[in-house]
Design a protein around this ligand. Sequence first.
Ligand code: GLN
Length: 491
Amino acid sequence: MTLKTLTQLSSLLGSGEISSLELTQDYLHRISQSDLNAFITVDEAMALQQARAADAQRAAGDNGILLGVPVAHKDIFCIEGMKTTCGSKMLDSFVAPYTATVIANMNQHGLVTLGKTNMDEFAMGSSNESSYYGNVANPWGDSSKKLVPGGSSGGSAAAVAAQIAPAATGTDTGGSIRQPAAFCNLTGVKPTYGRCSRYGMVAFASSLDQAGPIAHSAEDAALMLNSMTGFDHRDSTSLELPAEDFSAELDTPLQGLKIGLPDEFFGDGLDPEIATLVEAAVKQYEAMGAVIKRVSLPNSELALPSYYVIAPAEASSNLSRFDGVRYGHRSEQHDDLVEMYMRTRAEGFGAEVKRRIMIGTYALSSGYYDAYYAQAQKLRRIIANDFNRVFEECDVIMGPTTPSTAFAEGGKSDDPVAMYLNDIYTIPANLAGLPAASIPVGFNSDNLPAGLHLMCPHLQEARLLNIAHQFQQETDWHLKPAPAAWVSGDE
Ligand code: GLN
């Protein structure tokens, strides 16, 4: 199927060529014909009702740019009256009593909710294989050789890549928007920490979690971001800033742009085919007037180990609320309260979540706190300082998003460290709170996509999207549709 961007759909709606109801019905039909397991919940009645309301609003003269555009939401966002599982058995029966601010903001813009997408359990993972609701297929693979879509926002990425949703929300704690975007030939943006409210988003590691868009193009991602962001007094880390139009700088020419290429991102462990694609993308930027500088982020190798102390520590604290009393699953078999807690958590959580809780609880325990958590926080500061220094001499830092392309299902599930290494290039931006994106830069010899990773100084999302968009004006990698095999009726 020819690829349609969110921007194209928005203009079809604007010109009246298609109604939101027709568009929403089309996507709901495509979802029902797809074989990816990308969605956990689809509420057709709610989607159609929102679409009709959007059409009525348009008929009454509202011409909001996103009014009536259907999108999918990662099942980590609460939506009032809808099941919110976070990919876990623990929340299998949890119906959210309120709506996350990010989703409420998008609803205000008239976006229609197609459904909730599959994800790694509690957003812990890089392959979507830790979901209680089963694996998600990457539309760039085939059924004889199933490839992972990446994670944890794997359902969102697979849905957009297979065009069963034009765009989707994701969240990114260590790479969960950008890594699946790279694996599925999409544009994924993790905003500056604090841009999107975390209210109503199930917490994994609160000092790192950030919502963002997964879309085909930077132009689409900018529109999505415009609808998602904004100050929220219900999130104490929400940034109180004037509203910003992230599309405003898209067309700025890149003449004189200073690109930093850190040596540390091109060393051992990087698939040589990805290195070649990234180098070609950098050449393209040079041809567009950019200047390339070799730079160094000398403490990059400390990012992964510090993340795997900080994220599990915060997770072990956040996940203590799932006790069988306040939310979700409660074990049937218990004689007393302590046994009820223990069995509930033993039954409700999967293996990866338990591993993180154990690591985190250990790291925070008395006598170990200074050796692990406090130490990791110091490293985080050192890593952030490295970025500040490099940004004194360049506007954007580029490198590969991931060390490999999408891998086979089961390929890394027995080896947590190999799985964790997927995020080696993405985690530093989370630790430093920086805005970062992954954009498509072509395909390897197996026709699998690779991503270019871009990082900008704090709050420079508009610049980041400008840099991404200008590349997408000169290349068409992002417009290559995934093979049609996953939606019956497609050719
Ligand atoms: N893959 C990383 C992890 O498992 C990042 C997850 C995320 O960004 N939510 O922790």
